[in-house]
Ligand binder design. Structure first.
Ligand SMILES: [Zn+2]
Ligand SMILES: [Zn+2]
Length: 164
């Protein structure tokens, strides 16, 4: 099981591979270590990877399944496709214009199905990848997301501004 998370100490992006073999998550930027909570990884039957029960970076137990698809790549493909189709349009290549647009959309869809799923923490955004990792968890839930977003906003502004 691998994890990508933002270091709670310095905010740097940290990656730890095979976390089931470690007892702490470490940040290579600032060197801080964070013990992996014992109940966080439940041992499974032999030969199967342990199961994640909660986020290992923050105390949250709420995680959601999503595609491990870099959003920037998806947007980048669309932007390049649009630019190319504009060029084709300028040359009055109608067929080519639509071929490019269709191809771009198709590429995005194919990529989306090819990339594996990962588990993301609502609270801190840590991402977990690995075989069988998504078994216990459901997809994205807007209500849960909103709950954590408001919590984070409250912590960010300890003195709430009264607008009215
Ligand atoms: Zn750090
Ligand atoms: Zn978390």
């Amino acid at each position: 099981m691998n994890i990508v998370f933002a270091c709670p100490e310095c905010g740097a992006r940290a990656v730890e591979m095979a976390i089931e073999e470690h007892d702490a998550l470490s940040c290579h930027q600032c060197g801080s270590k964070r013990a992996i909570p014992e109940e966080g990884l439940l041992p499974n039957a032999a030969d199967t990877p342990p199961r994640l029960t909660r986020c290992l970076v923050c105390p949250s137990t709420e995680l959601f399944v999503r595609k491990n698809f870099p959003q920037r790549l998806g947007v980048g493909i669309v932007v390049v496709g649009l630019a190319l189709s504009c060029v084709a349009w300028a040359y009055r290549e109608l067929l080519l214009t639509f071929a490019i647009l269709f191809g771009t959309a198709l590429l995005d869809v194919v990529l989306f199905f090819l990339v594996p799923e990962c588990l993301t923490c609502y609270r801190c955004g840590a991402r977990y990848t690995g075989p069988g990792i998504t078994d216990r968890f459901g997809g994205f839930n807007l209500e849960t997301h909103e709950k954590y977003r408001q919590q984070a906003a409250r912590q960010g502004h300890s003195a709430p501004a009264s607008r009215s």
